[in-house]
Design a protein around this ligand. Structure first.
Ligand code: HEC
Ligand code: HEC
Ligand code: HEC
Ligand code: HEC
Length: 177
């Protein structure tokens, strides 16, 4: 009797201790203690999206957003410009420079849909994509399409020009610009 009570007590001490150690050292070793925190999503780049969203990717390639980085010309190192002409600038594993992160040039999928690392591993989890279907996309657009750069921005009009719902392709291009 006394013995098993002691065992239980020791067990409790052990569990509590483990939790404490985990919490305290968590900032140092997020991966061993990830029971406590879901990984924050980070940017993975278009190539990964292409694997599963090939048709969408094809549409995006024709979109002016795909050329947004090239457009900068000699300003490709200007932090002010990079904010709106690349993907995830200064975000988690987002664009840094053309040398370090060439795969994140331009305004890619994740610039509008949010960093996709969790979605990639778990595509059917509706909560995995930071910017899923429920978000008001207009607020996303006007972070870049501000009054300076797009004085005549009209969400409905602009939204139609980047349409990438795959369905109506047969009717002569449909709404695709
Ligand atoms: C492993 C395959 C896979 C990869 C990689 C992938 N997706 Fe998806 N994605 C899916 C599937 C499957 C769905 C449909 C999920 C459903 O309806 O249950 C989906 C749905 C979506 C949706 C609609 C979500 C919603 O809330 O309606 C968006 C937006 C999206 N993906 C964007 C992306 C982006 C951006 C990337 C790259 C960062 C990406 N996907 C990479 C498989 C993938
Ligand atoms: C706040 C976001 C933002 C910043 C910062 C920004 N741009 Fe842009 N840029 C845009 C948007 C949005 C468009 C698309 C405008 C449109 O056609 O509606 C654009 C378009 C352009 C174009 C296409 C031609 C045009 O004027 O329409 C060039 C070139 C360009 N930007 C260069 C630059 C350079 C160089 C910098 C840095 C000095 C810069 N941008 C900074 C958002 C930005
Ligand atoms: C300029 C912003 C922008 C970019 C870039 C972009 N999307 Fe979207 N995407 C949207 C908007 C806006 C919607 C429509 C959301 C709504 O109102 O339902 C959407 C919808 C979707 C959907 C859901 C379609 C459906 O039938 O409901 C998927 C999947 C998707 N995008 C994937 C991608 C992928 C993959 C890429 C890159 C190849 C990409 N998007 C690039 C803005 C963007
Ligand atoms: C990360 C910044 C960013 C976001 C977010 C963004 N855009 Fe853009 N967009 C740009 C830039 C930069 C250009 C200019 C590309 C070029 O011309 O090289 C552009 C160009 C465009 C164009 C082409 C304009 C023209 O004159 O032909 C359309 C349409 C557009 N965006 C729609 C949207 C919509 C709709 C959304 C939101 C769903 C959105 N964009 C979100 C940066 C952004």
């Amino acid at each position: 009797m006394a013995k098993s009570a002691l065992t239980i007590r020791l067990l409790i001490v052990f569990v509590v201790q483990t939790i404490f150690v985990c919490l305290i050292t968590f900032p140092l070793q997020p991966y061993t203690c990830n029971v406590f925190a879901e990984e924050t999503p980070y940017y993975i780049g278009n190539r990964k999206c292409r694997l599963c969203h090939f048709e969408y990717f094809k549409e995006w390639e024709k979109d002016p957003h795909a050329n947004a980085f090239t457009r900068l010309g000699r300003m490709q190192n200007n932090p002010y410009c990079l904010k709106c002409h690349t993907t995830g600038y200064r975000g988690p594993q987002g664009f840094v420079s053309e040398k370090i992160t060439p795969e994140l040039r331009g305004v890619q999928c994740e610039a509008c849909h949010g960093p996709g690392s969790r979605h990639k591993d778990n595509p059917h989890n509706k909560g995995a994509l930071p910017i899923g279907r429920k978000i008001d996309y207009e607020t996303v657009c006007i972070k870049c399409h501000d009054r300076n750069w797009t004085p005549e921005f009209d969400y409905e009009k602009y939204r139609k020009r980047i349409e990438h719902r795959i369905a109506p392709k047969s009717n002569g291009g449909g709404s695709l610009r």
